[in-house]
Design a binder for this molecule. Structure first.
Ligand SMILES: *Cc1c(COP(=O)(O)O)cnc(C)c1O
Length: 452
């Protein structure tokens, strides 16, 4: 190899090759986070903020869209779409395997997205972050990984116990049912008191020396109830259990500090925090993640392979078999920066204000019962109307351009326990306004007159 060729390679590695001459949203070939134009989205300028979400500027059945289904999925702002597009246009390549420039650049960008999301949740030196397809895959990875054996025996054994709360989304319940079946462990349910609250004392009554896992949501998606998860996780951790937090309804609505929580695993989705669908995160303590048997075996998650055996790679690659959703990771990291630019405390206050307005207004409509009405702070208002089926109500609201979710919200055991059946759920995000809440209230009042 000549000096000239060596010199050229060095130049390209250092970012002095032709990529530097092309405009790009990124600092090419660097592990720095992608550079984005200065962003000043603000809750004080709702029209300018809403203009960053093209999907909101449409009419539905002749009325302006009031999108109040944010607990199911949030909309995506232009800076997130721009970041994804910049990656796909300039930097797309498969990661980790290539010596060529694009592959190295894509690898750097993917790892920069990982770092940005670690900062977003305040992961510490003892934490690692794994990309998944979403909260559901993250929670399956934990439940399966603790009940299956790969390069070490399964952690869960016959006679062990798993405790989950009844407030869980099916994604944090059904995987544990399966883990219990697979391992012979017993699944125990933490139930609320008569006021609908989870109590540390009730958890204390369930914890035993055989409790290996405690899984809990940081906010119930069906009702908006926010359990005292810090105290509950602490108690379970003190009892020696691994702790799992479902943060799908939390990370986009206020601050979140993993380093201050006694939490071994935390799961969340890109599409509920203004990012793309099909990307999510499982983060947590490195030594806890290390105990998980991988869910997906194949390329990228191995160190070396012979015809009949394999040694798995170190974390996080160990749990990221196959080609990851690199564009999704880029978008999710851009979404995290967007939320941070807005101010997470202010965002939480904005949404809690909308929720309070909705709860107060709904409570004044005869026959309406708001579930978990006094829960705060939260961005979800879930309610029933005497004599009116939620699907009929949802259909009438849609005729006025108002999008809400109706049904069991993937939390059937909870709604059965509360004895309220399916509900109507309005859920708020950064771009929602008091005017939209008032339209919801007028729409519900009108629908009640028509349907009863
Ligand atoms: C939406 C949701 C899930 C599932 O998330 P996916 O993105 O569909 O995988 C799990 N838990 C809670 C609390 C949720 O709101």
């Amino acid at each position: 190899m000549t000096d000239a060729i060596d010199g050229l390679k060095m130049r390209e590695r250092n970012g002095a090759g032709d990529a530097a001459a092309r405009p790009s949203a990124y600092a090419p070939q660097s592990a720095q986070p992608p550079q984005q134009p200065e962003l000043h989205p603000s809750l004080e300028q709702p029209d300018a903020l809403r203009a960053l979400f093209p999907v909101l500027a449409q009419t539905i059945n002749g009325a302006p869209l009031a999108y109040l289904d944010n607990a199911a999925t949030t909309q995506v702002p232009l800076p997130v779409l721009d970041a994804i597009r910049a990656f796909e246009e300039h930097d797309r390549a498969n990661i980790h395997r290539g010596v060529h420039t694009l592959s190295q650049r894509a690898t750097d960008i993917f790892e920069a997205a990982r770092s940005a999301l670690k900062r977003f949740i305040h992961a510490g030196a003892q934490h690692e972050l794994v990309f998944t397809s979403g909260t559901t895959e993250s929670l399956n990875l934990v439940a399966h990984g603790l009940s299956d054996s790969a390069d070490a025996p399964a952690l869960l054994r016959p006679g062990d116990e798993i405790v989950v709360s009844i407030f869980e989304h099916h994604a944090n319940l059904v995987p544990w049912q399966q883990a219990a079946r697979r391992s012979g462990a017993r699944l125990r349910l933490l139930l609320p008191d008569a006021q609908g609250r989870l109590r540390p004392n009730d958890l204390a009554g369930l914890l035993t020396p055989r409790t290996r896992v405690f899984a809990l949501t940081a906010c119930a998606n069906a009702t908006g109830y926010r359990p005292p998860y810090e105290a509950l996780l602490s108690m379970a951790a003190d009892a020696g259990a691994l702790t799992v937090l479902d943060a799908a309804q939390t990370v986009a609505h206020g601050g979140f500090d993993l380093s201050a929580l006694p939490c071994d695993f935390v799961a969340f989705s890109g599409h509920k925090m203004y990012g793309p669908m099909g990307i999510g995160v499982l983060a947590g303590r490195r030594d806890a993640l290390q105990r998980l048997a991988p869910l997906r075996f194949g390329g990228d998650m191995v160190q070396w392979v012979t015809a009949d055996t394999a040694v798995f790679a170190e974390l996080p690659a160990r749990l990221e078999g196959g080609t990851p959703n690199v564009g999704g990771a880029v978008g999710m990291a851009a979404a995290a920066r967007f939320i941070e630019a807005l101010g997470r405390d202010r965002l939480e206050a904005h949404e809690a204000g909308l929720r309070t307005r909705a709860v107060e207004g709904l409570s004044r409509i005869a026959g309406v019962r708001v579930i978990a009405a006094d829960s705060a702070p939260t961005a979800i208002a879930s309610f029933t109307v005497d004599g009116v089926h939620p699907h009929d109500l949802g259909t009438l609201l849609d005729e006025q351009g108002i999008a809400v979710r109706t049904g069991h919200h993937c939390a059937q055991p909870l709604l059965d326990h509360l004895g309220c059946g399916p509900t109507t759920r309005a859920s708020f995000a950064m771009y929602n306004t008091a005017d939209e809440v008032d339209r919801l209230l007028a729409g519900v009042a009108r629908a009640v007159k028509i349907l009863r």
